[in-house]
Design a protein around this ligand. Structure first.
Ligand SMILES: [Zn+2]
Length: 524
């Protein structure tokens, strides 16, 4: 990075990515004061070495006029109201709790990951620059149930594979699923295992500030009573939390108070996935991960924090207590939670054997984006019951829309539609936006070109790849031969043969159209 580039940007708002001491990166955002300093949004002067700058980008000046059209309003779990998202000079930071990578994300997890994508895309449509961070939980407490053992180590033992190998395998499957769902990649996916220093630093500071202590078992615990507004997100009052409830891990015997939680656990019998620390070799608790990452990567200023409703307590409650205690200010401006997803009326669970993965849709011949479509037909904040029937219906509507799009022309022009903009801005009312597209589809007063332009406009947020052609699937050699034979039969005016071949092709899933130019085909 040349010092000249930095000098040219003095006085401008910029994102700067710095090389970290441990090989990772750290992003800072603010107004450049000199080639070696920047003032962030909280008015703090941050100094850096030009040699450490891996990348920097000047944030374009925001056009106020654009902001007035459809500013995003969204439900904040903390204040329990739908509130306007205020960008800071055209910039919004988002943190989304990421996957635990010892298994595939099921369609319910994917609903949460879609939520942060919808928020990011809606803000981008409004001309706002978004920075999105999603963590990868590859260490720490890896249990679904607070009584279970660490899932990663259990899986590693079962398969006789290094636990990090398992983590990387599921991490790449997570990225594959996101890509299939047209979820735009986050700016960064920091791994817990690669941010051990910053977690330990946070734990050390919490002990110094008397928000945390070393328990009778040598593990480090957060003192829940040290944080006055504990419980504000979930409505759980500290005095009402009973000991021994489900939110507690059973192996945290050294804490002073039942609502406290572990920040650092000693290795005990563990030999894998442990790190040296000032408190002895061990591993971090899960909650400290998200505090450390959001403080480090988003400059301790998260405009929107996204996660599934099941994370509201204790995970987000604990994260808020840690982050605010560390920084002395409210780190997260808005807490957004996605509701539960049921499948055919039941909660998905491994024991019930009804966990549905994206791969299961593909195995049934469904377009993976039919999941995205079906999820969009329900608002993120309402509990939803997904079924094979609704996925199949979504699949056929996507295909119908794609077919119509190709009939409506080839232009890539976009046309703003106020109702769609307003639906999305109104607490992400995606069902209303989908309804609007259905109405436009049927409206005889709207021309084909306009229909296509509005669909393309909506698709910037809906992300259904509506301009994708249906002939994406390749023809088999057998079908190619049948098409050639039919071509010959037609040229010989052998209509009986031609009709018989048409029946055969149609039952194989093709649609055949005859015109003056000859026969053409598409997938049904
Ligand atoms: Zn989290």
């Amino acid at each position: 990075m040349s010092a000249e580039d930095l000098r040219a940007a003095i006085g401008k708002r910029a994102t700067i990515r710095l090389h970290g001491s441990e090989g990772g990166f750290r992003d800072i955002v603010g107004v450049l004061q000199s080639e070696t300093s920047l003032i962030n949004r909280r008015g703090e002067l941050i100094e850096f070495q030009p040699d450490d700058v891996a990348f920097f980008r000047v944030i374009p000046v925001f056009n106020r006029r654009d902001a007035d059209t459809g500013q995003l309003r969204i439900y904040d779990t903390l204040t329990r109201e739908v509130k306007s998202i205020e960008s800071r000079d055209g910039f919004i930071s988002i943190y989304c709790c990421g996957p635990t990578v010892y298994r595939d994300a099921h369609v319910g997890n994917l609903r949460t990951f879609l939520l942060s994508d919808l928020i990011a895309r809606t803000l981008t449509l409004q001309g706002i620059e978004v920075q999105l961070i999603q963590n990868i939980t590859d260490v720490g407490h890896m249990a679904d149930d607070f009584e279970e053992q660490d899932k990663m180590l259990a899986e590693s033992e079962k398969r006789q594979v290094d636990p990090f190998e398992i983590a990387r395998e599921f991490e790449s499957r997570f990225h594959r699923d996101l890509a299939l769902l047209n979820i735009r990649a986050a700016d960064r996916y920091p791994r817990a295992s690669e941010n051990m220093d910053s977690m330990q630093k946070a734990i050390g500071e919490l002990i110094e500030k008397k928000s945390a202590y070393v328990g009778s078992d040598g593990c480090v615990y957060f003192d829940a009573t040290s944080f006055d507004s504990y419980g504000a997100i979930s409505g759980n009052r500290l005095e009402a939390l009973k000991p021994g409830h489900r939110y507690e891990y059973k192996d945290e015997g050294g804490k002073r108070f039942h609502a406290d939680w572990a920040l650092w656990k000693l290795a005990g019998g563990r030999t894998q996935m442990i790190w040296e620390s000032p408190w002895g070799a061990g591993f971090p608790g899960w909650h400290i991960e998200c505090s450390a990452m959001s403080i480090d990567f988003l400059d301790a200023s998260v405009d929107i924090h996204v996660g599934g409703i099941d994370l509201r307590f204790p995970h987000h409650e604990n994260e808020r207590a840690q982050s605010n205690s560390l920084t002395g200010h409210e780190v997260v401006q808005t807490w957004v939670h996605g509701e539960h997803l049921l499948f055919e009326g039941r909660k998905m669970s491994k024991s019930a054997g009804n966990v549905v993965l994206l791969g299961d849709l593909i195995d049934r011949g469904l377009d993976p984006l039919s999941l995205r479509f079906a999820l969009l037909e329900n608002r993120y904040r309402s509990q939803m019951d997904l079924s094979w029937e609704s996925l199949e219906a979504a699949h056929s509507t996507i295909r119908r829309w794609r077919k119509l799009m190709s009939e409506w022309g080839t232009s890539s022009e976009l046309k703003l539609d106020n109702e769609i903009t307003d639906s999305l801005a109104t607490d992400l009312d995606t069902p209303r936006a989908m309804q609007r597209l259905r109405a436009i589809e049927k409206d005889m007063t709207i021309g084909a070109q306009d229909k296509r332009a509005i669909f393309l406009y909506a698709d910037q947020v809906l992300g259904l790849a509506l301009d994708r052609t249906l002939d994406g699937k390749a023809l088999t050699d057998e079908l190619k031969q049948l098409l050639q034979r039919r071509e010959i039969a037609r040229s010989e005016k052998n209509w009986a043969e031609s009709d018989a071949l048409r029946n055969q092709l149609e039952s194989a899933g093709l649609e055949i159209n005859d015109s003056a130019e000859g026969q053409s085909w598409s997938w049904k």
